[in-house]
Design a protein around this ligand. Structure first.
Ligand SMILES: *Cc1c(COP(=O)(O)O)cnc(C)c1O
Length: 486
């Protein structure tokens, strides 16, 4: 029996407590509030001892999977390297205890960090200036598209209301365009998985605001015709937006600015050391080419001639997209990460991520169907098992991996393949970890032939077995009291 078989939620015993408040200097207990300040009814809080609380939450946390417990090859959105020291840096009291409304003169160090991170990200991406204000990748996309729209409107170019998005794009791309009030036009991919330039050409006219691209795209393939695409889009008066959520394969090797992109966002919570999952916090800084810098949202940090920093705004900015200036703890982690790696080591991430992905791909492509058999970048996509006669699906394979202690890859995305399994090992995993994953994936392919039932009912060893995912998403049971009732 495992600890989670006996995990119970109702631990409360009337009168038990896990704290004691001290007396104040007049020998009164702090609980002895004047009646007028007390609530009428006691709050319905669980009454538990300190040990009960600590054990309960520690046991719950052990039921989670995380990068600190195992390999996490989640394609596209994977958690890259999150050094623990950056957590300590983000928690430095001098930064942590600041208030966002403090006058600029009292937070010069913070503003300096903001400005220097802007410069570092600009150097890495080939952009001219960044805003660090957006809170997530999708928030960065919205900000970038607002800048794109502002640019056209400032020029009196009102007709440009359409954004071209490839069919392989991350779901947030068309969603952000729609939120920004722009119309989404889809461009097809070739059988080789890159943008079909012949399909793109007739779409380009004076109603196009721009194109959103990911490069390498979500199949892990580099868009080799990017310079030609950039020229075509610019020639029609449109701008190029780069989804840089997963910049690590390119760090220090290729710069989106040199590929012709005008606007981009980065996900600091994927590529630059902030752990993600559970919905945040994140940061989605947006960088732009020089001719768009004036449209970056307010507030802006400006370095003055005397070396001091001010926080200002300007009129042509694409509005304001956050209350203050971003998730500062996330910015600090990224800053520390970049400085610690330095110019030399930043450029090792891409080649190592690429090597690891290709290694897994080559070792597994006889057991799993590889629809596009070429050299990939940091990730690649299988289309289910090579032998599909067993009826075992990608979902079954993903669930079975959990039994062997691996997080499942991204599945059923991108939408180009029906049984997509998208694998991204990242640059920091050892050869032993990759070999362990490969041997389990091969073992599962064998099980699919010999014991398919075992796979259809997997996982068998996790705290929660296979769920009805639709009901879990649409009618989640979020309170332990509901759990006890159901
Ligand atoms: C994760 C991701 C996003 C969205 O980022 P969020 O921070 O989750 O909003 C956008 N594009 C790509 C390619 C991504 O992987």
């Amino acid at each position: 029996m495992k600890y989670y078989d006996k995990l119970i939620f109702e631990l409360s015993k009337e009168g038990r407590q896990g704290f004691s408040l001290p007396q104040n200097s007049w020998n009164h207990h702090l609980e002895e509030l004047p009646d007028m300040l007390k609530r009428e009814k006691k709050a319905a809080l669980p009454e538990v001892s300190e040990l009960d609380v600590v054990r309960h939450y520690t046991n719950l946390s052990n039921m989670n999977f995380g990068v600190d417990t195992g390999f996490y090859p989640l394609g596209s959105c994977t958690m890259k390297y999150n050094p623990k020291i950056n957590e300590e840096i983000a928690a430095l009291p001098g930064f942590r205890n600041l208030h966002p409304l403090q006058p600029a003169s009292t937070v010069q160090g913070v503003l300096q960090l903001y400005d220097e991170l802007d410069r570092a990200l600009s150097a890495i991406t080939g952009m001219s200036k960044f805003t660090l204000n957006p809170f997530a990748g999708a928030h960065g996309e919205l900000t970038g598209l607002m800048i794109m729209r502002q640019y056209h409107m400032q020029r009196g170019d009102w007709k440009r209301t359409k954004v071209i998005v490839p069919d392989s794009a991350h779901g947030t791309n068309p969603a952000s365009a729609a939120v920004c009030g722009l119309e989404v036009v889809e461009v097809k991919s070739t059988p080789q998985g890159t943008i079909d330039v012949d399909d793109l050409r007739p779409l380009l006219d004076d109603t196009i605001a721009g194109i959103m691209m990911t490069n390498p795209n979500t199949l892990g393939l580099f868009e080799t015709r990017i310079l030609e695409i950039a020229e075509m889009v610019h020639a029609c008066g449109g701008l190029l937006y780069y989804d840089g959520a997963n910049m690590n394969p390119l760090l220090g090797v290729v710069r989106p600015g040199d590929m012709g992109f005008d606007i981009l966002h980065l996900n600091l919570h994927k590529t630059f050391s902030t752990p993600h999952g559970g919905g945040g916090p994140g940061a989605g800084p947006v960088g732009v080419a020089a001719h768009l810098a004036e449209y970056l949202p307010n507030p802006k940090v400006i370095r003055q001639a005397d070396g001091t920093y001010t926080v200002t705004g300007n009129e042509t900015a694409a509005g304001r997209i956050s209350g203050f200036m971003g998730n500062f703890g996330v910015l600090m982690r990224a800053y520390a990460y970049i400085l610690r790696l330095g110019r030399q080591n930043v450029r090792m991430a891409g080649p190592l991520a690429t090597l690891n992905a290709n290694y897994i791909k080559e070792e597994l492509k006889d057991c799993y169907k590889l629809p596009i058999d070429t050299c990939c970048k940091h990730e690649f996509v299988f289309d289910g098992l090579a032998d599909q006669s067993t009826g075992i699906t990608t979902l079954d394979v993903a669930k079975r991996l959990l039994d062997y202690g691996f997080h499942a890859p991204t599945i059923y995305f991108p939408l180009l393949f029906h049984q997509a399994i998208m694998i991204e090992p990242t640059e920091t995993e050892s050869k032993e970890t990759l070999d362990g994953f490969i041997s389990i994936m091969r073992h599962i392919a064998q099980e699919a032939i010999e014991h398919p039932e075992e796979l259809r009912t997997a996982p068998h060893l996790t705290p929660v077995r296979r769920l009805d995912e639709t009901t879990a998403a649409k009618q989640p049971v979020l309170c332990y009291a509901d759990l006890a009732r159901s």
